[in-house]
Structure formats: structure tokens, C-alpha cells
Design a binder for this molecule. Structure first.
Ligand code: ATP
Length: 319
């Protein structure tokens, strides 16, 4: 009997529950005892670790957030905290851990792997900012949520002939803003990965107005600047009123899309296989239509993904 555990860490992302369900069910199917660590790495330190059964993950595949709860645990970044967490796992005879979370969480998984625990990472973050994988769990849902919100705002923008400045999540990654902007036909998209030119944005607004355009949607990823600051600058330059919407945590919640549920289930299944093969330190990835794994250390050394061709296309389509 092998004992394995699963935890969710960092920001919650829709689809994490589907991943937890798949870890528990596949682990049990393969004859493991499966445990859940509550609140990310914090639960390792506080020994908040509970046994799971088939029923503990019933009725969660469609739910957003994470039933295991999540946390940011600074103490796990210290050698003392790490030793305590690893000690709790050893005492319980747990020799494999599946860590579902973002880039920081993968660093935590690496700490466990280096201590000899078969720790495997599953990329779960709405930001889609983990190198080596085309998609992270939660991104597709966050983009769909943002796109639906922009569509609604566009209705009122058109009716009132207004410019809306919409702030989307993404401190270091503009992936949500870029994908939602392409999907919703935004006029301009401001991303942390690329410089922006407010004069050019205002020129486009003016050109649009001259050809009778009734509305404009400008997206700002939160890492660029506050949408309120951008809106004020635009107002001063164009002498036209505008409106600001900050979508905020709305983008994290909600039922995961079918894509995210499938991605989560398949990635989690791969992760269980890797843990049982003793392949600690691996990150499950989905790239060019295939599931595979890479070393976490390698992935974290790679530059962040940025889809430059999508970015150029948004500029072409919004002329
Ligand atoms: P998101 O992309 O949603 O922000 P994330 O996983 O990147 O998710 P972080 O807050 O960076 O979120 O990391 C989550 C947790 O992972 C931290 O609170 C900490 O417990 C652990 N962690 C992060 N970096 C390290 C590290 N260098 N060593 C050990 N543990 C770490």
C-alpha cells in the first residue's frame, strides 16, 4: 500500500476540484491510500492532513474554488518550516505528494522532491504563466468569464457610445487580458509584457469615432497600472468621458469549463502515475496536444510564455 497526498496552493483556480477528484479516484483505483493536505503548504506545517475516500470527492467536478482550501504560507519558504512539513509527511508514511498550484507552489513541490518525497507538480493557476505547458488549469474558465463580462459591458458601451476601460487580473502575466481581448474584440490591450503608447491608443479612439464607431473597449492587465489612472490619462488627452470597471475576483470563481475539467482530470491522472513511478520533481504539462512531464527545475528556468502572434493579431483586428 502506497500513501500519497494532494494539496492545492497559491491562488485558487476553477478546475482544482476536478484535479483533486482525479488524484483521489485514480490513486484509490491503483491501490493507494490517498490523503488531502488542507490549505496548501500550511496544512503540512500544521499537520492538517486527512484521509480521502471515493465519496470525499463526490459532486465537486463542477465546482469552482478548491474544497481543500488554499493559502499562501510564507513559513514553508524557511528551512525550519520545510523540515516540519516534511517531518509530518514522513511520520504519516506519506511518500508522494501532488501539488496543484502556480509557479510559487511548484517551487514548494521542488523543496519536497529535493528532500526525497516523490512530489509532482500540476499547473493550476488562472494566469497561464507556467513555462512548458500551453495551458494551466483555470485559465480557460477565467478567460471565458472575462469575455462574458466584456460582452455585457459592450452592450451598454454601444448604447451610450462610451469608452470603457476594463481592468483584468494578471500582475505579471497578460495572458487573461490577451485571450479575453482577442475573444471579445477589444480595441486596445495593455499588458505587462509589452510597452504601451497612450498617444497611439487615443489616436485609435479618435479614428474610430470619426468613422462612426459607437463604443471602445480598452483592457488593462492589473500589472500594468490601475485602470483608473489609465482612464484619467485618456480622458485628459481625448477630452471625452469614459467609464472604468475592475473585474477583480469575479475572474477566479465559477464552475470550470469542460476544457478545464478535462485538462485537470488528465493532468492529475498523469501526476498519480509519476508519483507511483517515484518521479519526484516533475511537472505535468500539456503541450502541442499531448500530456507529458518536464523537470520542475527546468520549467522554472524557462522564460514565461507570451503569445506574440496573438498580440499582433489583436492589433490588426482592431484597426
Ligand atoms: P498563483 O499563480 O495563483 O499566484 P502561486 O503558486 O504562484 O499561485 P505563490 O503565492 O507564489 O502562488 O506560492 C504559493 C505558496 O507556495 C507560497 O505561499 C509558499 O507556501 C509556497 N512557495 C512559494 N515559493 C516557494 C519557495 N521558493 N520555496 C518553498 N515554498 C514556496
Amino acid at each position: 500500500m502506497t500513501r500519497i497526498a494532494v494539496l492545492t496552493s497559491g491562488g485558487d483556480a476553477p478546475g482544482m476540484n476536478a484535479a483533486v477528484r482525479a488524484v483521489v479516484r485514480k490513486g484509490i483505483y491503483l491501490g493507494c491510500e490517498v490523503y488531502a493536505v488542507k490549505e496548501g503548504f500550511r496544512g503540512l506545517l500544521t499537520d492538517d492532513i486527512v484521509p480521502m475516500n471515493l465519496g470525499s470527492v463526490a459532486d465537486i467536478i463542477q465546482r469552482g474554488g478548491t474544497i481543500l482550501r488554499t493559502a499562501r504560507c510564507e513559513e514553508f519558504k524557511t528551512p525550519e518550516g520545510q523540515a516540519r512539513g516534511i517531518g509530518n509527511l514522513r511520520r504519516r508514511g506519506i511518500d508522494g505528494v501532488i501539488v496543484i498550484g502556480g509557479e510559487g507552489s511548484m517551487r514548494g513541490a521542488l523543496v519536497l522532491a529535493k528532500a526525497g518525497i516523490a512530489a509532482v507538480g500540476v499547473p493550476g493557476t488562472i494566469d497561464n504563466d507556467i513555462p512548458c505547458t500551453d495551458y494551466t488549469i483555470g485559465f480557460d474558465t477565467a478567460v471565458a468569464t472575462a469575455c462574458a463580462a466584456i460582452d455585457k459591458i459592450r452592450d451598454t458601451a454601444t448604447s451610450h457610445q462610451r469608452t470603457f476601460i476594463i481592468e483584468l487580473m494578471g500582475r505579471h502575466s497578460g495572458a487573461i487580458a490577451l485571450a479575453a481581448g482577442l475573444a471579445a474584440g477589444a480595441e486596445s490591450i495593455l499588458l505587462p509584457e509589452r510597452p504601451y503608447d497612450l498617444d497611439d491608443i487615443c489616436r485609435r479612439l479618435e479614428k474610430g469615432r470619426q468613422r462612426g464607431k459607437l463604443h471602445s473597449i480598452i483592457l488593462v492587465a492589473e500589472g500594468v497600472a490601475s485602470a483608473y489612472e489609465i482612464a484619467e490619462e485618456i480622458k485628459q488627452r481625448t477630452k471625452q468621458d469614459n467609464r472604468v470597471i475592475v473585474l477583480g475576483h469575479l475572474q477566479r470563481g465559477g464552475s470550470p469549463t469542460a476544457f478545464d475539467r478535462i485538462l485537470a482530470s488528465r493532468m492529475a491522472s498523469e501526476a498519480v502515475d509519476l508519483v507511483l513511478a517515484g518521479a519526484g520533481g516533475k511537472l505535468v504539462v500539456y503541450s502541442q496536444g499531448k500530456f507529458s512531464s518536464v523537470d520542475i527545475e527546468y520549467a522554472l528556468s524557462q522564460p514565461a510564455n507570451f503569445d506574440d502572434s496573438a498580440y499582433r493579431l489583436t492589433k490588426i483586428l482592431s484597426i
